[in-house]
Design a protein. Structure first.
Length: 443
């Protein structure tokens, strides 16, 4: 989308944006004071909504399909190099449209098996990222088992990136690698509002495969899992769609809450250097690497959908249509966390998501968010089972811990979400040609 289109969208003369901003915003306004958000749809609010629908009203966004999605500029022939010798792809890379994330347990307890797996995975990932199969799809010998499962044949590289992570278990007593352990790689501590389920938590290795074609991403994970059999077993996986983050130059997509996500993400090179890439302060082999935190965050979709938009905006701290901070007018206006309205109320509530997460209010802490929406269909209670596959990269896991300790205890969003899955991984730098991921561990 061009800047012109983007600007045009935000200036659309619809009543929606102004109405949204003009609704009461102070913490003591009726939406918060009298009627709980949960109670809204079952009480007086239900009639209001029904009336609006009957009248054909509502607050539809004034834009046509395609203007605000993440489909612009998709080139299925685009590929990224694997052997860069610097950072792994899939971190600073502009987020692709789909992601398959999987973690694995090491079932073999020998360092050699781990080493062989990392070498074989590296060779395979390099092939896959070029859009090539990892062996014959249809071997000439008809009785042979095909080395590549074939479903991505001719789909093009589709901007595939596969990013490997090493969990704390790699450095435990099993493999003799304890002296190589990244300084800060520990299982995450218990965090406020954790609702973690064993089936979505942990892992000795992680693979994040992102691509503009979901089948290309799935094919990569499937074939790497297949290669790993005997050395690793699958642990948990999430299939993500509709990137819920923005890289430099990309339009900002929306998450399943319907809000723009990624507006104030890390985009500038200096922020990657200062907040994402590991420098000299860690074990030497991690230089140029990063730390990955993955969280499976379930959304209480039905409850969120029953909430009035003015209240949703208070929860996030931004307008729903434009994505502007409640202290401003345009998406990229810098939030002013002390601005007050005419009644003297703080415009961006102090317990809103952005007020709690912003670097201005966290001693400068920043993380790179590279999340995706997910759905697991319908829950056992008949409700939509969906949420955010939150994936973040940072030069120290302490950044996530500091933010989540605050968000987990005070965020207005907690009424609508639950962290049900979690993993932490050290991301080694990318190998140079002729080398493989994690090679320095075995020197
Ligand atoms: C389902 C869970 C979550 C949802 C729906 C969500 C949604 C959003 C939205 C809509 C924004 C505003 C737009 C933007 O600047 O990107 C935002 C900002 C942000 N979020 Fe989240 N978020 C979630 C979880 C988290 C978690 C777990 C963290 C970190 C522990 C986090 C950290 C941040 C940060 C740092 C910002 C930027 C704040 C700023 O500087 O203005 N978010 N999020």
């Amino acid at each position: 989308m061009s800047d012109q289109q983007d600007a045009g969208r935000d200036q659309t003369p619809d009543a929606t944006a102004d109405e949204m901003r003009d609704q009461p915003t102070g913490p003591d306004q009726p939406a918060r004071r009298g009627l709980s958000r949960r109670g809204f749809f079952t009480g007086a609010g239900a009639g209001v909504v029904a009336g609006a629908l009957a009248a054909g009203g509502g607050t539809a966004f004034a834009m046509s399909h395609g203007e605000d999605d993440a489909t612009e500029g998709v080139d299925f022939n685009n590929s990224y190099p694997f052997y860069t010798g610097t950072h792994q792809a899939g971190i600073q890379t502009e987020p692709q449209r789909y992601c398959v994330y999987m973690t694995f347990d090491l079932v073999s307890a020998t360092a050699t098996d781990l080493q062989v797996l990392l070498a074989r995975w590296s060779a395979a990932i390099a092939q896959l990222m070029q859009g090539k199969p990892i062996g014959a799809v249809a071997p000439t010998q008809p009785n042979a088992v095909a080395p590549d499962t074939g479903e991505a044949y001719n789909l093009g590289p589709s901007s595939l990136t596969v990013t490997l992570g090493l969990g704390p278990g790699v450095f435990d007593h099993r493999f003799g690698l304890a002296d190589k352990k990244p300084k800060l790689l520990e299982p995450l501590p218990a965090l406020p509002s954790d609702q973690l389920q064993k089936g979505y938590t942990g892992g000795d290795l992680s693979l994040q495969a992102c691509a503009d074609d979901p089948q290309v991403a799935y094919h990569a994970i499937r074939n790497l899992a297949r290669m790993g059999r005997g050395t690793v077993g699958t642990r948990w996986t999430v299939m993500g769609f509709g990137r819920a983050s923005a890289g430099k130059g990309q339009s900002t997509p929306r998450n399943l809450l319907g809000f723009k996500d990624g507006t104030r993400n890390i985009k500038e090179q200096s922020d990657f250097t200062d907040h994402v890439w590991v420098g000299d302060g860690d074990v030497a082999w991690m230089r140029g690497g990063s730390y990955q935190v993955a969280r499976k965050i379930q959304m209480n979709i039905e409850i969120w959908d029953a909430d009035r938009v003015s209240d949703q905006q208070q929860v996030i701290g931004r307008t729903k249509n434009v994505g502007a901070p409640l202290s401003g007018n345009a998406e990229f206006d810098t939030p002013n966390f002390t601005a007050k309205d005419a009644a003297g109320d703080i415009k961006i509530p102090v317990t809103s998501h952005i007020a709690l997460a912003a670097h201005e209010n966290n001693n400068g802490v920043k993380i790179l968010r590279r999340s995706y929406n997910y759905t697991d269909g319908i829950s056992q209670f008949g409700q939509l089972d969906a949420g955010l596959l939150f994936i973040a990269y940072m030069d120290t896991p302490q950044s996530f811990i500091q933010l989540q300790e605050k968000l987990g205890s005070s965020d207005l969003l907690n009424e609508y979400i639950g962290h049900i899955g979690s993993g932490i991984f050290a991301i080694p730098p990318a190998p140079a040609q002729g080398h493989y991921l994690g090679e320095a561990l075995f020197g």
